[in-house]
Design a protein around this ligand. Structure first.
Ligand code: AMP
Length: 304
């Protein structure tokens, strides 16, 4: 099934306890599309960059066979920039700056050939733009949406409008609490399902993820890692692995949603092993399969 990804394409400046990188290629759409590209190709990307977006950024996306017809380049404009610092506890991150730049006037135009995309993944951008994208798509089979505290706080009413049209929402635990105003994650999931999406996925950083539907509470373990260099993009890689698997299999059953969550966790685990998008640059499907199987062993035990 065809996959359309919409989101930010960015230049990120990141500080972790292990190193610093300046203006590295990032953005929600970049990570989602790169992760999903291991399951289906080409992934269609809609986003915007300035004329300053470097050649290495275009090359990375092209190498992953991502269709860039929907990537608008504003000559003379400045690419979206984000800067973040991770604490010693890598689950804790401070946003140092967000410069919207070309995003301030972004009006997503979905190319004609993308309009029948079956799977749509709305990366973390202004919920007003997310809705504008959906208005241009003809009957998608599944719409997955990511968001973050920045939008929950600044565009709450607009986000609630968007959520009415979403099948699957992916957020992290603190975002789920912020959106639902519920401290308990199971309750938060139920409240968020009441806003529209029938499936809620709550990511818990290095503690795994919860898949919540009206029938299922599935707790996916996190992959135990000793070498986490840079958690940036983990959430987006999760979303990319998740939608990639759904698109590859065209199966929305609850058992397959569970597999998709594990594929999401698998891609996130590869992402954080290296700085920026490097961890998603040249994996093999075999590596992904091997790690997917390791997840099963993580929580398998004998009854007696
Ligand atoms: P993640 O670590 O998966 O939550 O996502 C990190 C990516 O999100 C970075 O590459 C940033 O460029 C991008 N990002 C951060 N803040 C925003 C925002 N307000 N809007 C769009 N993208 C953002």
């Amino acid at each position: 099934m065809s996959v359309l990804v919409v989101g930010s394409v960015a230049l990120d400046s990141i500080e972790t306890p292990f190193g610093v990188s300046k203006e590295t290629v990032g953005g929600s759409a970049t990570y989602i599309a790169a992760a999903a590209s291991y399951f289906v190709t080409p992934i269609r990307l809609v986003g915007i960059v300035g004329g300053d977006f470097p050649q290495r950024g275009h090359a990375f996306l092209e190498d992953r066979k991502i269709d860039l017809e929907g990537l608008e380049v504003v000559e003379g404009g400045k690419t979206f920039r984000w800067a973040g610092r991770y604490h010693y506890d890598l689950n804790e991150r401070d946003t140092l700056s967000t410069e919207l730049n070309v995003f301030e006037t972004f009006d997503p135009k979905i190319p004609e050939k993308y309009r029948k995309s079956r799977v749509v993944c709305l990366g973390n951008i202004d919920p007003v733009l997310q809705l504008r994208v959906l208005d241009q798509i003809e009957k998608p089979r599944v719409v997955v949406c990511d968001t973050m505290n920045y939008w929950i706080e600044r565009k709450n009413a607009e986000l609630r409008e968007t959520l009415k049209q979403i099948n699957v929402v992916i957020l992290n635990d603190s975002e789920a609490r912020l959106l639902s105003r519920e401290p308990n994650l199971i309750t938060a999931g139920r409240v968020i399902r009441g806003l529209g999406p029938s499936v809620v996925i709550i990511k818990k950083g290095e503690h795994g993820a919860l898949l919540l539907t009206d029938q299922v509470v599935f707790s996916a373990p996190a992959y135990p890692m000793e070498n986490i260099f840079d958690p940036t993009g983990a959430g987006d890689s999760f979303a990319g692995g998740f939608v990639g698997w759904l698109a590859r299999t065209d199966d929305m059953s609850e058992e397959n949603l569970k597999r998709a969550v594990i594929y999401g966790s698998t891609l996130a685990s590869f992402c954080v092993e290296k700085f920026g998008v490097e961890g998603l640059a040249d994996l093999t499907y075999l590596q992904i399969q091997d790690r997917f199987r390791e997840f099963r062993e993580l929580s398998r035990f004998e009854e007696d």
